[in-house]
Design a protein around this ligand. Structure first.
Ligand code: OAD
Length: 259
């Protein structure tokens, strides 16, 4: 596996909630997952927001407070180091690394990940619910607790909404384009995702169509487990540092090997 990483020109990593589990961020479908306690249609749709914006903002305010108390874990750190991996940047693996995340927690950003596409947006960004011209582009807001509550658009003073993708909404076209382009890679890793929410779940199929070597990192079997070339069972925070260590070891051995 480490040899595959070292030989690849393009590596793409798709992450989901499991990559942040060791940081203390709840997943959606695990035993204590958010969707075991709440119904997505009550909290993560535009209909729910139109019905009760205060309730939806209360839920996002609670999640923001939870994430604010969390820190990137070893999995985020390795991914960040690999994403700076061009030889000129003194990186760890000599490939172009692209990171596609379904997570809205921004822990990849906080770890310093480059070439990152946040497919489902960010819990730390807002946009104008009324889509006024200036407020249609997301702005950053890191207030914990939220203030005012519910938050307002700074441009038109109307209601603000979380700049995340809700059920029934489309991903940004530019993000989908980047993700599809990134699926044309040599090694594709799907890390900490149940691989059931599309379009992200379709990327592993796309990568296979391009002939990529596909790897899953997850303690449990998922919808992708039977599709990938290799399923590595375990926490991302353990397996990624181990892969990083093996890649460094292999790279060192290659350098020392006489011609
Ligand atoms: P899920 O909660 O569906 O899946 C989390 C996955 O992480 C599961 O397969 C777990 O087995 C795995 N996991 C748990 N701990 C892990 C660890 N330490 N290391 C690696 N894996 C671990 O979360 P997602 O697949 O990210 O969308 O969910 C996809 C989307 O569904 C989310 O982005 C969200 C949700 O509804 C929206 O809100 C639009």
């Amino acid at each position: 596996m480490a040899a595959r990483l070292l030989a690849a020109r393009r590596v793409t990593i798709l992450t989901g909630a499991g990559v942040s589990a060791a940081s203390g961020v709840p997943t959606f479908r695990g035993p204590d997952g958010l969707w075991r306690q709440y119904r997505p249609e009550d909290l993560a749709t535009s209909t729910a927001f139109a019905r009760n914006p205060e309730l939806v903002w209360e839920w996002y305010g609670w999640r923001r407070a939870k994430v604010a108390a969390c820190h990137p874990n070893a999995a985020h750190t390795v991914i960040a180091a690999w994403s700076a991996s061009e030889a000129a940047e003194g990186g760890r693996i000599p490939a172009d690394v692209m990171v596609l995340t379904q997570n809205v927690d921004d822990l990849h950003l906080r770890a310093g990940t480059r070439r990152l596409v946040r497919l489902h947006g960010s819990i730390w960004e807002m946009s104008c619910w009324g889509r006024c011209s200036a407020g249609a582009s997301p702005w950053r807001d890191e207030n914990v607790p939220l203030s005012p509550m519910p938050p307002r658009c700074p441009h038109c003073r109307g209601l603000a909404r979380p700049a995340v993708v809700w059920f029934g909404e489309s991903l940004r076209a530019a993000d989908v384009e980047s993700a599809i382009d990134a699926a044309a890679c040599d090694v594709f890793l799907t890390v900490g995702t149940s691989a059931i929410v599309y379009p992200a779940a379709g990327l592993v199929h796309e990568a296979r169509r391009h002939g990529a070597f596909t790897v899953e990192i997850n303690p449990d079997d998922t919808a992708a487990s039977t599709i990938v070339d290799v399923a590595l069972h375990g926490g991302a925070e353990q397996i990624l540092p181990e892969l990083d260590r093996l890649a460094k070891q292999d790279a060192g051995a290659r350098l020392r090997r006489p011609e």
